[in-house]
Design a protein around this ligand. Sequence first.
Ligand SMILES: O=C(O)CCCC[C@@H]1SC[C@@H]2NC(=O)N[C@@H]21
Ligand code: NA
Length: 617
Amino acid sequence: MDPSDQKHFAVVDYVVFSVLLAASMGIGLYYALSGGRQRTTQEFLMADRNMRCLPVSLSLIASFQSAVAIIGVPAEIYAHGTQYWFIGCAYLLGLFIPAHVFIPVFYRLRVTSAYQYLELRFSRAVRICGTLTFICQMVIYMGICVYTPAFALNAVTGFELWVSVLATGLVCTLYTTIGGLKAVIWTDVFQTVVMFAGQLVVIVVGVQKTGGVSEVWRKVWEGNRISGLDLNPDPTERHTFWTLGVGGVFLMLSLYGVNQTQVQRYLSARTEKEAVRSCYMAFPSLQLALALSCVMGLVMFARYCGENHSDKLGTAAGDAMVLYFVMDMLQGLPGLPGLFVACLFSAALSTISSAFNSLATVTMEDLIKPHFPAMTEARAILLSKALAMSYGLLCVAMAYFTHLMGDSVLQMALKIFGMIGGPILGLFSLGMFFPWANSTGAVAGLGAGLSVSFWVSIGTILNRSSGSSSLPPDCRVNTTTALQTALSNVTLSRPSGLKRFYSLSYMWYSAFNCFTVILIGLIVSFLTGPMKEEDVTPGTVYPLLGKLLCFLPERLKKKLCCVTPLGQAVSLQHRQPPQCKEINGSSHRQEDRPPPEESESFLPDAHTPHVEHETAV
Ligand SMILES: O=C(O)CCCC[C@@H]1SC[C@@H]2NC(=O)N[C@@H]21
Ligand code: NA
């Protein structure tokens, strides 16, 4: 961008921005010096497991709402219209299933890392594979999260890219390392408020400067940026109701159901009911976050429609465009540009700190503690902090590779979730819903899921057709052009066979990879001898069939579901599962946990007394 067009910050902007960073540091310091002073891993990694539902629910939002969404979603709406907003439909099932399926299973097993479940259900090998896969996913994702705000800021204000990457990385590593999960959750709460405030300010000022709500609506409507319900069943269509509303459910389950970052938040809640409530409370805040970023994209369209800004922003049109719009709107209102940059970095910091902390947790719990069961608490806490630090440096390095990816940041993040989060969702689903699945099947399934997902993504890159990218963002796209373009797309070589497979919408990656893992996992399990009901650790299988057929009379259910342990009808021999401490050498004692909520016991609680074997047909 030529210097004349660069936007500059007033001193007050820098003050606002540094106050935000200082506030985050302050919260981190507070939790380092108060409470148990982060002296136990129980406190450092699990916030003493006594968090209330409000901070947990805001932290759930903050963990996967970063600068990628703040910048990427408006850019998406500006270029393609509001079709993406339908992902909000996925939030219903995307939170309901975690609340009633995944949380109860994880909570009653009293695990610290979600991947302990994999050892309880399958074997240590499966647990290690799950942990390593999760680490890959989060390290790549963190790279994108660190890179995005720095790149946008640099593109518009010339602010030195590596200065903001290092500033973000260091501040975040510091308060995460000294303050632990409590600091991360409470900074998430503070940063989510700043994030919403920053976006709201831009929308209010933007609408006012574009001539008011009716003017914005007219321009947006004329520019056909309000997408209708697109029920096109074609799975290669990038964004339709199906890819977003249905494919999005699997994306949500991979994040809010089985991703350690979210599972750790559920487990930090003081009771299971609080954890379920925090999941429900996340729904309105997620919808608000989605609405704010979509509306920001619409206001941006109303403001610039018809003008082409690629000259000003060079190649970085889409994503940097948002920051250009913001600086354009807030120019001359001292303090507001600083507020928005604070909003951008709040979104980034809250996601990165959550990722650091969950990475340190799983590395300790799944990769280190099992090999050093006798490790003292003091050494464990030191190691956890060292891990948080090293992950901080690793993600700054990853930021560099993000630079090379080239996609829009939102697309990159969602692809990573689909490519790696999808197979992990498949692995947990295989364990929870299919009692016959065994460890060999689980490892084979995960391997198949990951290789297929990488095959598809590499195929897509190699096969990147000229494709029907969106229509140029002109307000008055005259119909003939639109018609010609539409016709040319239709007559364009309809991809067939493998090409069609490569052009699968990235929003289907989560679902597709999840099913691949389950299918291959079951086939290999049956080939290598399926597990028997009585061999499965109690509490690790969710009686899906029994719940789905709950309307059937008991007698019929016994016949139908004899292969699936039902909570009431057939209760299996309660073998005492290996105590958690045998699993991961962690020193957390059972007695200091409040007894699990007396909710319906569809899952035999791992610590109920043995029950004699009843009729299992
Ligand atoms: O913002 C990011 O860092 C990632 C992009 C959004 C991730 C998904 S989209 C559906 C769900 N809703 C959110 O707010 N985040 C996740
Ligand atoms: Na965030």
